[in-house]
Design a binder for this molecule. Structure first.
Ligand SMILES: [Zn+2]
Length: 272
């Protein structure tokens, strides 16, 4: 995964110990930290580590959020994290600590974090999730690589179209099919947040669109643009099969993260 930061390009395989990123990118980073066959910084999405991470059960990914009844991440939570970081990873070669809504750490919590950010153990990567990096102390920012959505080469925010109207997850996915791998992964990380009902209608809607395009002997415009007619047709057949598999998984109560990961890995495989 090559991601642009504000001034230059960085590769995630030159690993840093602290990143500031938005939620969807943070998820991908946490997978990349534990993935055993990371390719140019991109998680493979299919190894046993990625599989566990997608299901939210990887023992080397720790998520920290503010307590439900509190407005802030507490300094005690950070102190506990500080003790935990010195314990070696369980299964992967590195551990990821994902701090959600990092901007809700108050100054004492951020200062407590700073003590470990200054000299983090080699096996630890911190991922601070926020859409507002400027809400973090300058001292925290200066020790982190800031990965901002706007700094990316391609605009991969599919939540709305150019007129500012909200896109359905299905439309967002169909657009992402013709974009780069990072765009697709971002889209899948939005999809894994859908509840079961919304996920079911997402799958139905995308399949309907694909079937419609077969019927009318048209390839979807978004896919057609990036491939020859024959290739795009084969590709769509492949995607349709993945979606049908996903529907079966949904019926078997497989969780959304796992289903989204399966679709994403399948699409990436077909493209490469
Ligand atoms: Zn992997």
């Amino acid at each position: 995964m090559q991601i642009a930061n504000q001034d230059n390009q960085i590769k995630f395989d030159k690993i840093s110990h602290a990143y500031i990123a938005d939620e969807s990118l943070a998820k991908m980073l946490s997978l990349a930290v534990v993935c055993e066959v990371r390719d140019r910084g991109r998680p493979c999405l299919v190894c046993s580590h990625c599989d566990k991470a997608l299901r939210g059960i990887h023992p080397d990914i720790t998520n920290i959020s503010k307590p439900e009844d509190k407005r802030d991440i507490l300094v005690d939570q950070v102190r506990e994290l500080r003790r935990d970081v010195y314990i070696l990873p369980n299964e992967a070669s590195q551990k990821a600590y994902v701090i959600h809504e990092a901007e809700t750490m108050n100054h004492s919590a951020q200062n407590a974090l700073l003590q470990v950010l200054e000299e983090p153990p080699q096996h630890v990567v911190f991922i601070l999730c926020t859409n507002n990096p400027s809400a973090l102390l300058q001292t925290v920012r200066s020790r982190s690589i800031i990965l901002s959505r706007n700094a990316e080469e391609n605009n991969t925010d599919f939540s709305e179209n150019e007129r500012g109207e909200e896109l359905s997850p299905a439309s967002a996915f169909l657009i992402a099919l013709s974009r780069d791998d990072v765009a697709l992964m971002r889209c899948m990380f939005q999809i894994e947040k859908l509840d079961r009902l919304a996920l079911a209608s997402f799958l139905t809607e995308v399949r309907e669109q694909i079937v419609l395009s077969f019927k009318e002997n048209l390839t979807l415009e978004s896919v057609h643009n990036s491939a020859s007619e024959k290739n795009s047709l084969n590709f769509l057949v492949h995607v349709e099969k993945l979606l049908s598999k996903a529907e079966n998984m949904l019926r078997l109560n497989v969780n959304a993260g796992h289903i989204a990961g399966m679709i994403c890995a399948g699409v990436l495989e077909a493209r490469n």
